[in-house]
Design a protein around this ligand. Structure first.
Ligand SMILES: NC(=O)c1ccc[n+]([C@@H]2O[C@H](COP(=O)([O-])OP(=O)(O)OC[C@H]3O[C@@H](n4cnc5c(N)ncnc54)[C@H](O)[C@@H]3O)[C@@H](O)[C@H]2O)c1
Length: 273
């Protein structure tokens, strides 16, 4: 798909991967509607980009609310007249044992990570089909292809986004609307501080201003820069490529999981799995 002069809508655009996608799309000559629930950061980042000459429109939007996602579509159309690229990227994570995950936490994680992309598809794909051009990028995760302990709600929603994306790609096969599914491993973002955007009634303590040492070290050493991921996304959109897999190790883990499944062996984590 041609990007220059076209419009992208990016959810979760105030931070991390969404912000990197926004900045990359601007360098490709696109207009970007930046949607996020975190208003102060959204205002600060969009003001910085506008001051530097970027064509962006900030929209405060909670993607777990279908009315707000419909409002996002209307705001994008009012600003730029059409939408060619939708990045369903906003996401949150909560790490705790499955049997200790409260119903309200399930509602929050499912609402943002799964219903957000579902509502985005309902709001934007009809427009794209009507205009005869478009592409949807869903940010799933490596965690949508392989599993680990303590992240059940995150895995459940990310596996669901992979299934949703595959189903959508099958439905749209032969139409001018493409689909990509982003499955990165660790990226240097604020995902470990996701509780900052949790509804206050969940009663999460505020995340520390500086991430705990181990996370900071991991982000500094092994995490992928979000700008590199954004470059992969641009390539995938142009090439109409479905899978955006950033690390060969993801494939190795998927093959091992499939082998375990074929052989009827139980899930296992860690050395020897
Ligand atoms: N960072 C990683 O290692 C990694 C790896 C694989 C996938 N992902 C996925 O990438 C996506 C982006 O996360 P990130 O890593 O950039 O983290 P991030 O915390 O830096 O950015 C996430 C953004 O989503 C926004 N957001 C949260 N709830 C929202 C809501 N209800 N409505 C609208 N916006 C909301 C946040 O305000 C934030 O700006 C997520 O879907 C995440 O699951 C991240």
């Amino acid at each position: 798909m041609e990007l220059d002069g076209r419009t992208a809508v990016v959810t979760g655009a105030a931070s991390g991967i969404g912000l990197a996608l926004t900045e990359r799309f601007l360098t490709e000559g696109m207009h970007v509607v930046m949607a996020d629930i975190e208003q102060p950061r959204l205002e600060a980042e969009s003001a910085r980009i506008i001051a530097a000459g970027g064509s962006v429109t900030p929209v405060v939007c909670d993607v777990s609310d279908s009315d707000q996602v419909a409002g996002l579509r209307d705001a994008a159309l009012a600003a730029y007249g059409s939408v060619h690229l939708l990045c369903n990227n906003a996401g949150v994570a909560s790490g705790r044992p499955n049997h200790k995950t409260r119903p309200e936490v399930w509602d929050w994680v499912v609402g943002v990570n799964l219903l957000g992309p579902a509502y985005g598809i309902s709001a934007f794909v009809p427009l794209m089909l009507e205009q005869g051009e478009g592409h949807v990028v869903n940010t799933a995760s490596e965690a949508g292809l392989t599993s680990s302990p303590m992240l059940g709600s995150y895995h459940a929603t990310k596996y669901a986004v992979v299934g949703l994306s595959e189903s959508l790609a099958m439905e749209l096969d032969g139409t001018p609307v493409g689909v990509s599914c982003l499955c990165p491993e660790l990226v240097d973002t604020k995902i470990f501080e996701a509780s900052r955007n949790a509804p206050s009634e969940l009663g999460f303590p505020p995340p520390p201003a500086i991430p705990i040492d181990q996370i900071a070290l991991m982000m500094d050493t092994v995490a992928m820069p979000p700008a590199d991921l954004a470059a992969d996304v641009v390539y995938a959109v142009r090439a109409d490529q479905f899978w955006v897999i950033t690390h060969q190790s993801t494939i190795v883990k998927v093959v091992a999981r499939n082998r375990r499944l074929e052989q009827g062996r139980n899930p296992k984590f860690g050395p020897g799995a």
